[in-house]
Design a protein around this ligand. Structure first.
Ligand code: G3H
Ligand code: 13P
Ligand code: ZN
Length: 307
């Protein structure tokens, strides 16, 4: 069942769980995520980045996602992740495919971010689409050399209150120390929880945690065992993801963990089945591993059984 981001997140925030937003680039990823969603009876967000659209096509991904949503009773959001190209966001809003878009104006000065976000919120709402906005630079805490630098880049609660009130956005992506990709921390997983708590109190729309992959050790080991060179990869600890949800995060974005699972599945299969050339046989275990990772994530976020 296709739903908007607002509908899915309203329930999640009320029920104190988070909905996972999983990045998908192809048929196999959509199938893997939907298999997990069905098995867990969990609401789900199928996220497509601008890169995913470049790779596979907006209509191609949209039609696959909408078909999957039409075939299930679990709530499915079809979402544009990190939209920066305003023309592309407008196309997505008007396409009739997306039920949610993100405008990532985080690199803009505050006033410009407010202006562009407000305009897109109005357009999105006119078409029955939700809009997620972003304030603050999503970057690891270790990247900051001083308390001042950290405060300038991570989301400031008082600014977030103003931003949400002035833009009318439906959800807010916040910067509290997570970063994108497989190398988030050199030392231990570290988030700014006091800031997250203050943001949850300051903002009256659902909060979104980007860069939330955990790089689970079992997937990393499998991947590296079969030749992947990601020894230094480190994600947000599962305990920290859970704590963030407990403090009010209602949408959690995951891409890297799916990438590693897909990679591990393909590497293992090819290394152990050198005679196989059928892509369906090669991709099946990769898909199964992604499903396993997504199911674990849904349980961690507390969304299992909520669909
Ligand atoms: O936050 C970004 C996601 O991980 C998507 O990555 O732009 O390479 O598709 P991508
Ligand atoms: P990860 O790189 O931690 O998976 O983050 C993905 C993300 O935030 C997509 O928007
Ligand atoms: Zn992100």
């Amino acid at each position: 069942m296709l739903v908007t981001l607002s509908e899915a997140l309203k329930k999640a925030c009320k029920g104190r769980y988070a909905v996972g937003a999983f990045n998908v680039n192809n048929l196999e990823a959509i199938q893997a995520v939907m298999d997990a969603s069905e098995a867990e009876r969990s609401p789900v967000i199928l996220s497509t980045s601008e890169g995913a659209i470049q790779y596979a096509g907006m209509e191609e991904l949209g039609l696959l996602a909408r078909l999957a949503a039409a075939r299930t009773k679990v709530p499915v959001v079809f979402h544009l992740d990190h939209g920066k190209d305003v023309a592309l966001i407008e196309t997505a809003i008007k396409s009739g495919l997306y039920t949610s878009v993100m405008f990532d104006g985080s690199s803009l000065p505050f006033e410009e971010n407010v202006k562009a976000t407000s305009r897109l919120v109005k357009l999105a709402h006119k078409h029955g689409v939700s809009l997620e906005a972003e304030l603050g630079a999503i970057a690891g805490i270790e990247d900051f050399v001083s308390v001042e630098a950290k405060d300038a880049h991570l989301t400031q609660p008082s600014q977030a209150t103003t931003f949400v009130r002035r833009t009318g956005c439906d959800a807010l992506a916040i910067a509290v120390g997570t970063s994108h990709g497989a190398y988030k921390f050199k030392k231990a997983s570290e988030l700014d929880f006091p800031r997250l708590k203050a943001l949850a109190e300051a903002v009256n729309v659902p909060l979104v945690l980007h860069g939330a992959s955990s790089v689970p050790s079992w997937v990393k080991s499998l991947c590296t065992k079969f030749g992947c060179e990601i020894a230094g990869a480190k994600g947000v600890s599962e305990a920290h993801v859970k704590k963030a949800v407990g403090l009010g995060v209602c949408k959690v974005n995951v891409d890297t963990d799916l990438r590693i699972a897909f990679d591990a599945g393909i590497r293992k299969f090819l290394a152990t089945h050198p005679q196989v050339i059928d892509p369906r046989e090669i991709l099946a275990p990769a898909k199964a591993l992604m499903t396993r990772v997504v199911r674990q994530k849904m349980r961690l976020l507390g969304s299992s059984g909520k669909g």
